[in-house]
Design a protein around this ligand. Structure first.
Ligand code: DSN
Length: 439
């Protein structure tokens, strides 16, 4: 099939093709990764990228916005329906910018913010020293309980009473347990703080009721759209009925002109498509399988002698403590990479190692679940991980595991090696209700 990219720029075409091949031939266990549908991909690559628009539907600073207004309104309506929100802003370019827009709307430079420590599961954009947030605000951090490795709400309250933050952030990028947003709101109310829930990782689970929603509790909710939600790279801000009127307009100004310029309409169109897919009953089945895969993989790894932070998982990710195996997270990441398994090293709570080394590794199941991996394959996957991480693997072991990875990937193809070829293109096979669905 003819490809304009191929004829215009064979260099980029070749690199993209090779990345497609990498995605197809490797098992993706990065907890924040996923594969979008062909429809989301098509919207992301659509001619909407040509349109300049600033502001919001009906109130743009450019003319000719009648169709893109329709798309943005559609995305907003779908997001409201999916999450039961009263206000949605679909313009944030990313989750970090959605967070920064909240800070800009709520805080003054130097104001006090309380969030989860990065090494205990938090996120860079929640106030880490090296970031703009860390430099502009007085950031303090809560930690997980050293015994249970879970959020310790009494400790968070005690810290909040001491530092009196203006904003508390609930949300994480590597925390495997449920987050009690209602309890966080009680803490915020007790110290007169506002509450931001960052649900970037768990948004897909929340959308289908597999994790309690923060919408009725938090003053502000932010998310990315590319993780468990399985959409394009981007962010959203959502508010419940209780805070929409007070904060909606301020947040709109926080995004534009506060944080961003012209909107990325092609991405907003892709968000709209993702939201339609998420409103379909098959999305709840996908998320159920995602959770089943994560809990089965956690159990199988535990049976093989791995220690999991907090003893397991309630969501789509888990953290393996590799100290008892005598290797670092960095070494584990490198060994898994050699056999075609992609995952990232991760700091553990109270980790003695530096962030570039780490004592742990984070594994997540959203991407493999989209490919069609089921819980029946988790024992095999746990075996492969065990073979590579438990002892220094020999060349024959590495060879065996690589072949098994290839076998599993062939069983569940993700993307074509032949980028641009429609007949063999972005064809995700996904077992939903017993019948195979081409997406
Ligand atoms: N927040 C990072 C992660 O969790 O992997 C990237 O989106």
């Amino acid at each position: 099939m003819f490809s304009s990219l191929h004829s215009t720029d064979p260099d980029v075409f070749t690199i993209v093709s090779r990345e497609g091949q990498r995605q197809n031939e490797n098992i993706e266990l990065t907890a924040s990764a996923n594969f979008v549908s062909r429809a989301v991909l098509e919207a992301t690559g659509s001619l909407l990228t040509n349109k300049v628009a600033e502001g919001y539907p009906g109130r743009r600073y450019f003319s000719g916005c009648e169709y893109i207004d329709e798309i943005e309104n559609l995305a907003i309506a779908r997001a409201k329906k999916l999450f039961g929100a009263a206000y949605v802003n679909v313009e944030p370019y990313s989750g970090s910018q959605a967070n920064q827009a909240v800070y800009l709307s709520v805080l003054k430079p130097g104001d006090c913010l309380l969030s989860m420590d990065l090494g205990h599961g938090g996120h860079l954009s929640h106030g880490a020293k090296a970031t703009m947030t860390g430099k502009n605000y007085d950031c303090h951090f809560y930690h997980v309980n050293p015994e249970t490795e879970r959020l310790d709400y009494e400790q968070i309250l005690a810290l909040a009473e001491k530092i009196r933050p203006k904003l508390i952030i609930a949300g994480a990028s590597s925390y495997p347990r449920l987050i009690d947003f209602q309890r966080f709101r009680e803490i915020a109310d007790q110290v007169g703080a506002l509450l931001l829930a960052d649900i970037a990782h768990i948004a897909g689970l929340i959308a289908v009721g597999l994790h309690p929603s923060p919408i009725p509790h938090a003053h502000f909710v932010t998310t990315t759209t590319q993780k468990t939600l399985r959409g394009p790279r981007g962010g959203m801000i959502l508010l419940g009925e209780h805070s929409a009127e007070e904060w909606g307009r301020k947040l709109n100004s926080g995004i534009f002109p506060g944080m961003q310029g012209a909107v990325h309409m092609h991405t907003i169109a892709a968000k709209a498509v993702m939201l339609k897919e998420a409103l379909d009953p098959s999305f709840a089945i996908y998320q159920r399988r995602n959770l089943d895969n994560a809990s089965t993989l956690a159990e199988e790894l535990t049976n093989r002698g791995f220690r999991l932070v907090s003893g397991g998982t309630d969501n789509h990710l888990m953290l393996l403590d590799l100290r008892s195996k005598g290797i670092t997270g960095k070494e584990a990441e490198e060994r898994l990479f050699k056999v075609g398994i992609t995952a990232n090293k991760n700091l553990l709570p109270y980790d003695p190692e530096k962030p570039r080394v780490c004592s742990g590794i984070r594994l997540g199941t959203p991407a493999i679940t989209t490919r069609g991996f089921g819980s029946e394959e988790m024992p095999c996957l746990a075996d492969l991980i065990d073979k590579v991480l438990s002892d220094e693997p020999t060349a024959p072991t590495l060879d065996f595991v690589r072949k098994e990875v290839t076998r599993l990937c062939q069983l569940h193809p993700s993307v074509s090696q032949n980028y641009g070829d429609d007949s063999n293109g972005f064809h995700l096979k996904f077992q939903l209700t017993g019948k195979e669905v081409s997406r």
